[in-house]
Design a protein around this ligand. Structure first.
Ligand SMILES: Cc1cc2nc3c(=O)[nH]c(=O)nc-3n(C[C@H](O)[C@H](O)[C@H](O)COP(=O)(O)OP(=O)(O)OC[C@H]3O[C@@H](n4cnc5c(N)ncnc54)[C@H](O)[C@@H]3O)c2cc1C
Length: 500
């Protein structure tokens, strides 16, 4: 298959899992492989992320608002990550009297939102080249504008509501460390600028010495700096969910939805079948991201699960206190590979590494040979991934290797999460074709923190009859029958480019 990683953006040769740097790969999947790939959230045996470990004693973790599963509701939201939680918030704001239930297969927010690398980093130029190739100039500009809007909405919400989620706002640095990566970055930046994209807030140097001084990265060829954030994603989602519950939302954790079927009792209603009973409702929101295609088979081929590993490193002696890293990073390597660094700026208790780094290729190859692991977030400590992080930090940050901290302590900790790859690299927002009353906001392609804060409210607007144009999110995010059909044809003929 094609795989690669995300951290943020789109990109042909961009990765993600909050990034943007992945090679254009041709995806060839046989139908027989598909069944193995699409799984429900794993029950038991999953890894615990840095974030989840920090909140295991929070009562929200295993919350059930009522002991029994209600038999009916107006709206059932499947999934309690950032999408489901925000969708519930906006449903309540739109229809304060409607009965809203959020169902979660495991602990509250224990999917990708509780396992990511903690970057809310709006792509402000890096993905432009690839988005323009795929969707044209206007949409490419809109996608990047949407990311800026999303980031600004997140920061505004956190500040206005005094959310305790370790929000850091500062300069994120994109640092190409090879000539090829520097060339691709410069090309994308220049194209974005020429197309009228706003670059006023981006500081750029193409002087390697200066770039190295700013970034502390030895082989830096250039440095792009612009405002972005890191935060504690679970705590942000928890703040929103607590408010939801106080306003009447019923959250049911440890409740897996196995099927959504037409109601046998009443027309134009749905029955949500769970492992704890059934709920009759008028509308359903699929906020299931990487697991969307397991529950709704018509999405197979357009939203795919793929595991991704993050590494946590404690701060090496010499990179602590005032000498700790001061920025978050996207390190741009050859052939679109990317390492992201979240330096946990407000607390400085760890450095988190994600992205589509050099070790991910071997990991993805292994996943390809074991398609049944596509939805398995029990994976961790994959040697090539950890080694790549170690090699990068030791060779590029002067003094890291000679730190007196034992390397075993530095690199041992890692976890996995499942990314919802979208066949064309951008999310799916809207009503499911042929299933009136069933809605989706998913396929965030490893970059949801820079998308969901605008995509989830947009979905609720659509449910309320607002025309697409007024949602103000990019047109190419829209769930339409023709988008599904076109991409499925490409998948079936083995010609779909993977964009992770
Ligand atoms: C390791 C990793 C690192 C990442 N790093 C970043 C980053 O730094 N920045 C960034 O922007 N993005 C990053 N991402 C992507 C980002 O985390 C996601 O895009 C975002 O969290 C998706 O949110 P969501 O609510 O749509 O999905 P999720 O958070 O996955 O929530 C979906 C929920 O639905 C539940 N569910 C699924 N199926 C069912 C069912 N049948 N019944 C009941 N419940 C169900 C799941 O258990 C899950 O809790 C990363 C992702 C991973 C995996």
């Amino acid at each position: 298959m094609a795989g690669s990683w995300p951290e943020t953006g789109p990109l042909s040769s961009g990765g993600k899992a909050d990034s943007t740097a992945i090679p254009d790969l041709v995806e060839r999947e046989s139908n027989s492989d598909w069944a193995k790939r699409y799984g429900f959230p794993k029950k038991g045996g999953y890894s615990l992320s840095y974030w989840l470990r920090g909140v295991q004693n929070d009562p929200l973790f295993n919350h059930r608002t009522t002991a029994e599963l209600p038999a009916s509701a107006d709206i059932v939201i499947i999934g309690s990550g950032m999408t489901g939680t925000l969708a519930a918030k906006h449903c309540l704001a739109t229809w304060p009297d409607k009965r809203v239930i959020v169902l979660e297969a495991r602990e509250f927010c224990s999917g990708a939102t509780g396992r990511n690398a903690g970057h809310c980093k709006p792509d402000q130029w890096r993905g432009f080249r690839e988005y323009e190739r795929l969707f044209g100039t206007e949409q490419a500009l809109k996608i990047l504008q949407n990311e800026q809007q999303t980031w600004s909405d997140v920061v505004k919400y956190v500040r206005e509501n005094d959310v305790d989620c370790d929000l850091w706002v500062g300069d994120t640095l994109d640092v190409p460390v090879t000539s090829q990566a520097a060339h691709v970055a410069k090309d994308s930046f220049e194209r974005y600028k020429a197309a009228g994209g706003n670059v006023d807030h981006i500081k750029v140097t193409h002087n390697p010495r200066e770039a190295s001084k700013i970034s502390r990265i030895k082989d830096a060829k250039a440095c792009y700096a612009w405002p972005a954030s890191t935060l504690y994603p679970w705590k942000l989602a928890a703040h929103v969910m607590r408010e939801n519950i106080s306003k009447g939302v019923n959250l049911q954790t440890h409740t897996t939805v196995t099927k959504v079927k037409s109601s046998s009792q009443r027309s134009k209603r749905w029955t949500v079948v769970c492992d704890r009973g059934e709920i009759d409702c008028l509308q359903v929101i699929h906020a299931t991201n990487a697991y969307s295609s397991a529950l709704e088979p018509s999405l197979r081929g357009v939203i795919k699960p793929i595991p991704h590993i993050c590494n946590q490193s404690i701060l090496p002696v010499g990179f602590d206190g005032a000498s700790a890293l001061q920025n978050s990073y996207g390190v741009l390597l050859a052939d679109g590979a990317l390492i992201t660094i979240n330096h946990r700026g407000t607390v400085n208790d760890a450095n988190l590494f994600g992205g589509s780094g050099p070790g991910q290729g071997e990991f993805l190859k292994w996943v390809e040979e074991h398609p049944e692991t596509c939805a398995d977030d029990g994976l961790k400590s994959f040697p090539s991934v950890t080694k790549a992080v170690q090699k990068f930090t030791e060779s590029q940050f002067s003094g890291w290797k000679n730190s007196s901290t034992d390397p075993k302590e530095l690199y041992e900790d890692s976890w996995s999460g499942i990314i919802g790859l979208s066949a064309d690299g951008v999310p799916w927002v809207g009503e499911l074709p042929g299933l009136p009353g069933q809605w989706i906001c998913a396929g965030h392609h490893g970059h949801g923190m820079a998308r969901i804060f605008t995509a989830a409210p947009a979905l609720v607007k659509l449910m309320n009859g607002t025309p697409w144009a007024e949602t103000q999110i990019p047109d190419v995010f829209q769930m339409t029958p023709s988008r599904v059909k076109g991409l499925k044809q490409l998948v079936e003929t083995g010609r779909i480019p993977s964009r992770l």
